[in-house]
Design a protein around this ligand. Structure first.
Ligand SMILES: [Zn+2]
Length: 306
């Protein structure tokens, strides 16, 4: 008797995702690559917004699953199945005359809903500046069917939050170094800790904002340049931000910088600021992460129907 791929995938999938996978099969959107046929392995193409390639391989203990959609690409193997994988599994099973799981099986074997609802996640991204940082901290876990044990990071790096004190660039550098040290903890996980890292960077930026009124114009502008350089050069490399949690700090940076631009339009330090931002962006191989780029990204993000 051939093994059912769907049965193996069921406990690795959210119920809502399962239904979307079934829809693809029912609409005839799946085909398999005949050249690739093997008893324990399948390569399938699923026609969604684009054509996605799925590879499923049954093993003694489970399944190795791959898909090149944005939801799955680059994520850990423990990530729950995407709708394309579900579609491929059901289609492959049916071609081998294995019935698809019943409604009852789907209800009882799929993954329980996550601690934040899908809508909750969407709301975070709709207004990233106002996002509840406690929710940002757990976004990464939302997508994992089996969250791995990972380091619990502090909510914020240590920094004086007294708004009456002028801020010095060295304090911000120290806070960043502290965060870099967190990532050397043995249970630090680039994926599962990404939300906590992002929220902590936001807390740091909120402290900067609180103290900016008393800070020398040149100093605060250079602090913001440092934040941009650190974002590109370190932060983005220390996390796996595939769930989009990288978005929250740059939105805050953008908001602070626009206040400062209005306040000190002629401050010569802007020249240095622009140079730092340009070089940091180029080194990271990215275009300048301006407000428009972020708004476009958020819009794109909200279109993903997972
Ligand atoms: Zn996929």
């Amino acid at each position: 008797m051939p093994k059912s791929a769907a049965e193996i995938l069921l406990p690795r999938t959210y119920k809502e995702i399962w239904k979307r996978g079934e829809e693809y099969v029912d609409k005839g959107k799946v085909e398999t690559d005949k050249k690739f046929a093997a008893e324990d392995k399948v390569k399938a193409y699923v026609h969604g917004k684009e054509k996605y390639t799925v590879v499923l391989q049954l093993t003694k203990t489970g399944v190795i699953k791959q898909c090149d959609c944005a939801y799955s690409l680059g994520g850990p193997l423990s990530r729950p199945a995407c709708k394309h994988m579900v579609a491929a599994a059901i289609y492959w099973d049916e071609a081998r005359r294995i019935n698809r799981p019943s409604k009852k099986d789907i209800s009882s074997h799929t993954i329980a809903p996550a601690p934040i609802s899908r809508q909750g996640i969407i709301n975070l991204f709709k207004n990233p500046l106002k996002a509840d940082l406690d929710k940002v901290r757990i976004v990464s876990e939302y997508s994992a069917w089996s969250p791995q044990p990972h380091a619990r990071l502090p909510n914020s790096p240590k920094i004086n939050s007294d708004s009456r004190k002028p801020l010095k660039i060295i304090e911000v550098k120290k806070a960043m170094l502290e965060m870099e040290k967190w990532t050397r903890r043995s249970l630090y996980d680039q994926y599962f800790c990404a939300g906590e890292m992002s929220a902590a960077f936001c807390e740091l930026l909120d402290t900067i904002k609180k103290r900016m009124d008393r800070t020398e114009p040149r100093e605060i502008i250079l602090i913001m340049a440092l934040c941009v350089a650190w974002f590109y050069g370190k932060f983005n490399r220390l996390i796996d931000g595939i769930e989009g949690v990288w978005i929250f700090p740059p939105v805050r940076i953008g908001s602070i910088v626009s206040i400062l631009l209005k306040r000190y339009p002629r401050q010569p330090a802007w020249k240095e600021f622009r140079a730092v931002v340009r070089i940091a962006g180029e080194r990271a191989g990215q275009k300048n992460l301006g407000a428009k780029a972020i708004a476009d990204w958020v819009k794109e993000r909200l279109k993903i129907n997972h």
